[in-house]
Design a protein around this ligand. Structure first.
Ligand SMILES: C[S@@+](CC[C@H](N)C(=O)[O-])C[C@H]1O[C@@H](n2cnc3c(N)ncnc32)[C@H](O)[C@@H]1O
Length: 271
């Protein structure tokens, strides 16, 4: 397999323009994403100690949490700054790596493989399927493979909740609705936003067989249908409202009619 090349715009975005290390802790919607993702992972991770590969683990917020819970974590990330930040947290191994080619990792060698971010930045379907197939290859038989995606409709709700949905952005959003591909002039970098069906189909194309529910992967809505309240900051200093947003997310987490209303989706499958 040839070595994949990282798009320089993505490295530049995370190095010079965006502080990924603070994303999950400084804002209300970051906190919502972090709390809900952890509760979904806890339901599916094997008991510690177990070997976890955190592909695209960024500055290591999830890796630190898993290591503290007793997991043996290896984090891979292609952005040097993220690897430095992750290494500074300590408690887990940090390596350079690209989700599309996990060449230094053996077949059947991890109890869980996480892709909490790489699929956002792989705009070609073949690359995303390759990343999921690589995660499946290095997972042991029966192991968990979990991948996060950004919902196709998140940009619409996000810009509206931020109060910046004007005519120019409306045009950008129409382009995203049609292709799933982000226009980097919006501020975010090169990115792809999934429909629920696309995410499931990519797991099937990567070799996951339909399970009891006759789908290759179970897809959960992470933040639920009322996350824009958190995005607008309305849950700050309103723990009762934050608790309601969390409860709504749990209530709707597998409702087919509401899944796509979450900002992020989590696909979960077993090899
Ligand atoms: C939004 S961040 C998420 C970081 C972390 N997983 C989290 O959820 O907090 C996306 C991460 O994916 C990484 N990434 C982008 N393209 C990748 C690729 N082809 N392979 C592996 N990681 C990639 C980025 O460097 C970045 O750290």
């Amino acid at each position: 397999m040839s070595t994949p090349v990282m798009r320089p715009e993505i490295v530049e975005y995370y190095t010079d323009r965006y502080d990924e290390s603070a994303r999950l802790t400084v804002s209300q919607h970051g906190r919502l994403e972090f709390e809900r993702t952890r509760e979904l992972l806890l339901r599916h991770l094997p008991p510690a100690p177990a070997k976890v590969l955190d592909v695209g683990g960024g500055p290591g917020v999830y890796a630190e949490w898993m290591a503290a819970a007793g997991y043996e974590v290896t984090l891979l990330d292609p952005v040097p700054l993220h690897r430095e930040q992750a290494a500074a947290r300590g408690g887990f191994a940090v390596r350079d790596g690209d989700a599309r080619a996990l060449a230094e990792h053996d077949d059947d060698s991890y109890d869980a493989v996480l892709l909490l971010g790489p699929l956002y930045h792989l705009v070609e379907r073949t690359e995303r399927v390759q990343a999921i197939a690589e995660a499946r290859r290095v997972a042991r038989p029966g192991a968990l493979v979990a991948a996060a995606a950004i919902s196709r409709h998140a940009p619409l709700m996000d810009t509206a909740a931020k109060g910046v949905l004007d005519e120019r952005i409306d045009l950008v959003l129409r382009q995203i609705d049609a292709t799933g591909i982000n226009d980097p002039t919006t501020g975010f970098t090169i990115a792809f936003f999934h429909t629920v069906d696309e995410l499931r189909d990519e797991f099937a194309a990567a070799g996951f067989e339909p399970g009891d529910g006759r789908v290759a992967a179970t897809v959960y809505g992470i933040e639920g249908p009322v996350w824009p309240l958190a995005r607008a900051g309305l849950t700050a200093e309103r723990e009762d409202l934050f608790a309601c947003v969390m409860r709504a997310a749990r209530h709707a987490e597998t409702d087919p009619a509401l899944l796509a209303a979450s900002s992020h989706l989590l696909a979960v499958a077993h090899k």
